[in-house]
Design a protein around this ligand. Structure first.
Ligand code: FAD
Ligand code: 2HG
Ligand code: ZN
Length: 469
């Protein structure tokens, strides 16, 4: 049936003009460009169901898309031109805020930052926080099981999700929007759709957890002699600050170098720029003064112990934003510096410093001069173990070494019992790597789930699991 037959059957929009469709068909990193039969922008869950039913009847593959900020190429179609791109951005209503239950029920296309604001207006915290929060959507966050900078205290997107509404691959609506903390009534369908990268169904709404708003946040920047010292600081911080410790992020010296080079207007907390640095955030339920005393105590102890060589506590909100701005501009600074190779690895927290030391040495030996742009969520054992071309070059043919760099990195991750994708999903970037390192049993179970929930293989084909067989 021709695509135009779809338009009359749902509210919202259907784009078929190539110029209108173009922005939806290229990913944020500008690494993957695809083609589509059309871009559908439904207004409601019923609209989504109508579109999916049409696709199922016509064997048209569906690529769900939220804010198109994903890092693994999962939200753009392939080059065949057979797929329909399903944008969820017009499903952007907050259906309910239940402050007593500490939940809100929101549609998939709501922008993350808007949801943080809605929660704050209700005197609550929605803690999911990441650099793309001004444009990513909660549907995309859940479909990638996004992490970000507050996982240490509040968990990743999966842990923040209590219920889902999903349009299944044959176009039925499953309403699982239960705001329950306890529900042991069989298989957990919610947890199948979270992190599935749109390969099992379309998330149309979610019930997510809210938390009390902290009275104050206090931010510190600490220069540390090595990541091993940083881990000693982390252990002490967890023991003395407990649940008040909400972020523990790291930047290694080449990151500090690339930030200064690409974004020289950014302000620096201290003169010391040659060592690893840690960004710590404490959220205090009582007062800013109490938070400051606790953080000062931690840093004094750490300096005496030799784990920290210099430290600064932000004097006010402006300075705290300046500290965070350095961390949040890492992706942009690296992007500006030319081509790059990204890894999103996790190993047990206790092994992360050893992993970096050993793998840095292996990569430096194989590819002398490359810049190791290693930063991220140190407190979770998750680092963006990224590589940039040697200083002063832009790496026009950098992709030539990508396979070999990936092999060194991911073999090391595997040896450390880690993960090749901690928070960005598999998409097309990492689907082959997951197939390489996962056991045959694990892959067989994953394919069985896909077969059961999407027997026609129309939901985001070729993503996460590779081609559907
Ligand atoms: P998209 O990119 O549009 O889609 C991502 C995946 O989800 C695709 O597979 C898509 O098909 C699927 N999908 C989207 N919506 C739905 C839906 N409603 N139903 C079913 N499937 C759907 N990620 C982190 O985890 N932590 C970070 O700290 C972080 N920082 C970032 C910083 C920057 C500057 C950028 C650009 C990205 C960052 N990301 C981070 C990656 C990205 O923002 C997140 O993965 C985000 O969760 C994706 O949301 P999105 O709405 O843009 O989804
Ligand atoms: C972050 O933590 C994001 O800033 C992006 O996950 C990481 O640019 C990257 O590789
Ligand atoms: Zn990250």
């Amino acid at each position: 049936m021709p695509i135009h037959s779809l338009q009359g059957s749902f509210s919202g929009r259907l784009l078929t003009d190539p110029a209108d469709m173009a922005p939806f068909l290229i990913d944020w990193r500008k690494r993957w460009t695809g083609k589509a039969i059309a871009v559908a922008l439904p207004d409601t869950s019923e609209d989504v169901a109508t579109v999916v039913r049409w696709c199922a009847a016509n064997q048209v593959p569906i690529v769900p898309q939220g804010g198109n900020t994903g890092m693994s190429g999962a939200c753009v179609p392939d080059g065949s031109g057979r797929a329909l791109l399903l944008s969820l951005t017009r499903l952007n209503r907050v259906r309910e805020v239940d402050a007593l239950n500490n939940t809100m029920t929101v549609e998939a296309g709501c922008i993350l930052q808007n949801l943080q604001d809605v929660a704050r207006d209700a005197n609550r915290l929605f803690p999911l926080s990441l650099g793309a929060e001004g444009s990513c959507t909660i549907g995309g966050n859940l479909s990638t099981n996004a992490g970000g900078v507050a996982v240490l205290r509040y968990g990743n997107a999966r842990e923040l999700c209590l219920g889902l509404e999903v349009v299944t691959a044959d176009g039925e609506i499953w309403n699982g929007l239960r705001g329950l903390r306890k529900d042991n009534t069989g298989y957990d369908l919610r947890d199948l759709f979270v992190g599935a990268e749109g390969t099992l169904g379309v998330i149309t709404a979610a019930t997510v957890k809210l938390f009390p708003l902290p009275a104050a946040k206090v931010t510190a920047w600490a220069a540390v002699p090595s990541l091993h010292h940083a881990m000693q600081l982390l252990e002490r911080a967890q023991n003395t600050l407990g649940a008040r410790l909400t972020a523990f992020e790291a930047l290694t010296p080449p990151c500090i170098d690339i930030l200064g080079e690409q974004l020289p207007h950014l302000r620096w907390p201290m003169d010391e720029r040659a060592t690893d640095a840690v960004l710590i955030e404490l959220s205090d339920p009582d007062s800013e003064a109490a938070g400051r005393v606790a953080l000062e105590g931690l840093l004094e102890h750490a300096m005496e112990a030799g784990w920290v060589s210099d430290a600064a506590i932000a004097a006010n909100l402006t300075q705290s934003r300046e500290f965070w701005s350095l961390r949040e501009h890492m992706t942009e600074a690296q992007q500006r510096a030319g081509k790059n190779i990204k890894h999103d690895i996790a190993v047990p927290v206790s092994r992360i410093a050893d992993f970096v030391a050993q793998t840095n040495a292996a990569i430096a030996k194989a590819f002398p001069g490359v810049r190791m742009i290693v930063f991220g969520h140190l407190g979770d054992g998750n680092l963006h173990y990224n590589v940039s071309p040697p200083k002063g070059t832009r790496g026009e043919d950098f992709e030539v070494i990508e396979g070999a760099v990936n092999r060194i990195t991911h073999d090391a991750v595997h040896a450390f019992n880690g993960s090749v994708s901690a928070e960005h999903g598999l998409g097309v970037l990492r689907r082959g790597e997951a197939a390489r390192y996962k056991s045959a049993v694990e892959l067989k179970l994953m394919h069985a789930i896909k077969q059961a929930l999407d027997p026609q293989g129309i939901m985001n084909p070729g993503k996460a699991l590779g081609d559907f067989a």
